[in-house]
Design a protein around this ligand. Structure first.
Ligand code: NAD
Ligand code: DAU
Length: 338
């Protein structure tokens, strides 16, 4: 199969490129990535001779139309992906997550027989205080990030319903592992802890997320790409409900660092209290996460311990400006986390 993988220089996208090269060496891969602050060519360095890489924007119809004209499937990872940044300014979120998705959909429709997979998120359901979100539930996104992702999902649904595009959607839970930009909670906590810096925990630290290892998430996406039914949505979760205090304790314990590094800071505005998906449907398709919660955290922490040049170059660059802007005052007025 000839694949166009968008956002392939980012966290999950680059892990997915590696999975396809290992599991389906007969496939050919073209990556399109805008190389935003979150895109990193180093994530694809070891496979650069085995893929075709295009530095481009999924909202640029000229570039996208040419690329999609030569493939059998589009797997769309490209997105602005960080909730906190969407709270500061959502322009790029709307452009990429909505307009970019629509540009890809139109190109896929014009390419007869092209399958389209939208990599989406459990955040489109909004916070669920009890029970588990099912694929048929109404959407209730509450941040500009998740609202833009929901907009993308609805466009995908409309291209299936209105034009019969062979489209599928995955809605994944919080994913961790190698190559995740250290703005997300786990790599932020791991890298701060390695340096003996405080871990900023929003609010009371009781917000709950379900943590999935990135390889498992990629296997789920790959299964849906190859076996998912057109027009269907598949939740991807692992039923591990950890709050932020649990996450920080796991990270500190794995690194042998003191729990006194925890700080309770001013909450994220609109912070969703809990996400939890029902993933029966993808289990029935044949997927289950292969990594336990302990393996998921252990592998992630060890990767950051052994790949310090990768994240140190990020944290010493533009990220430092964002960190000071977002966390400076929060940490100055923080309370001890225990
Ligand atoms: P990421 O921020 O690490 O990577 C996003 C990639 O997209 C980057 O390489 C970036 O350069 C690229 N990109 C951004 N705008 C682009 C544009 N206009 N054109 C081309 N490329 C562009 O994100 P991630 O965490 O790897 O997430 C990938 C996808 O998975 C996203 O769609 C996200 O919504 C979804 N998702 C993420 C998680 C998670 O926990 N990280 C969970 C569920 C779903
Ligand atoms: O659920 C899937 C989503 O998971 C993806 O769609 C998003 O792209 C991805 O960023 C992630 O969103 P979250 O907002 O859940 O992830 P984040 O790592 O930002 O935060 C996870 C939890 O940790 C959340 O409850 C907020 C909390 N947190 C986060 C940061 C960055 C803190 O307490 N302190 C922090 O500094």
């Amino acid at each position: 199969m000839k694949l166009l993988i968008t956002g392939g220089a980012g966290f999950i996208g680059s892990n997915y490129v590696h999975l396809v090269l290992e599991e389906h060496p007969e496939d050919s891969i073209t990556v399109i990535d805008k190389l935003t602050y979150a895109g990193n060519p180093a994530n694809l360095e070891d496979v650069q001779d085995r893929i075709s890489f295009v530095h481009g924007d999924i909202a640029d119809a000229d570039v996208v139309n040419d690329l999609v004209a030569g493939v059998d499937a589009v797997v769309n990872f490209a997105a602005e992906s960080h909730v906190d940044r969407s709270l500061e300014n959502s322009d790029d979120f709307i452009r990429t997550n909505v307009q970019g998705t629509k540009t890809l959909l139109k190109a896929a429709l014009d390419r007869a027989g092209c399958r389209y997979l939208q990599v989406s998120t459990d955040e489109v359901y909004g916070a669920v205080l009890t029970g588990h979100s099912r694929e048929t539930d109404a959407l209730d996104p509450r941040s500009p990030y998740s609202a833009a992702k929901a907009g993308g999902d609805l466009l995908v649904r409309s291209y299936f319903s209105s034009y019969g595009l062979d489209a599928v959607i995955t809605r994944g839970a919080n994913t961790i592992g190698p190559h995740q930009y250290p703005e997300k909670v786990v790599p932020l906590f791991v890298t701060n802890a390695i340096d003996g810096e405080p871990l900023p925990i929003y609010g009371d630290g009781q917000a709950v997320r379900d943590y999935v290892y990135v390889r498992d998430h990629c296997e789920a996406i790959d299964l849906v790409l190859r076996k998912g039914r057109a027009g269907e949505i598949y939740n991807v979760g692992a039923s591990r409900e950890l709050n932020t205090i649990d996450v920080s304790d796991r990270v500190l314990d794995l690194l042998g660092k003191p729990r006194t590094l925890k700080r309770l800071v001013t909450d994220r505005p609109g912070h969703d209290r809990r996400y939890s998906v029902d993933w029966t449907k993808i289990r029935e398709l044949g997927w289950t996460p292969r990594h336990s919660v302990d393996e998921t955290f252990d592998r992630t922490v060890r990767w950051y311990e052994t790949h310090q040049p990768w994240w140190r170059s990020i944290k010493s660059g533009d990220f430092a400006v964002f960190y000071e802007r977002w966390y400076g005052q929060r940490l100055a007025s923080a309370r001890a986390g225990e």
